[in-house]
Design a protein around this ligand. Structure first.
Ligand code: MG
Length: 159
């Protein structure tokens, strides 16, 4: 069996009155993410990690943010397309580990729902999907509530 590792990173600015989607789940919040798609930074980082593991470029290459096709796109659909791209090449997801840095609101109550949402799209059990959240201790742009960052690491396997 071949195994590969991929990592991904994404950031989006925060603004008042926009929806906040993270890990495929809508988070109740007065603020949300400025984005061409739904702005789900966690899924975007995850997509880049998967594409990176298979050396298939990045999310901007496959889903350009100047394309009307992806305007307001549900990132879960982008993730499903990435998983399909890997599957066409014989790759299956092993596990995923995501870290989200957001000052507010607290994400802990939503973490298990994110794992339950992402696992079936990735074709793995929930025990293979980790989502972790941290604040930035009020430091930098994340700490000032100006943006949200996410990092993802994945393994993919081929028989
Ligand atoms: Mg993004």
């Amino acid at each position: 069996m071949q195994t590969r590792i991929g990592q991904g990173y994404d950031v989006h600015a925060i603004a008042e009155g926009l929806p906040m989607w993270l890990g495929g789940v809508q988070i109740p919040s007065a603020t949300g993410f400025v984005a061409h798609s739904d702005g789900d930074v966690a899924i975007h980082a995850l997509c880049d990690a998967l594409l990176g593991a298979a050396a298939l470029g990045d999310i901007g290459l496959h889903f350009p943010d100047n394309s009307d096709e992806w305007k307001g796109a549900d990132s879960k659909m982008l993730l499903a397309k990435v998983v399909e791209m890997l599957s066409e090449r014989g790759w299956k997801v092993g596990n995923a580990d995501i870290t989200i840095a957001l000052q507010a609101p607290k994400l802990r109550p939503h973490i298990d729902k994110m794992r339950a949402t992402l696992a079936p799209i990735l074709g793995v059990g929930e025990d293979a999907v980790s989502v972790k959240a941290t604040t930035a201790e009020k430091l930098g742009f994340v700490g000032r509530g100006e943006g949200c960052e996410a990092w993802a690491v994945v393994t993919i396997n081929k028989d």
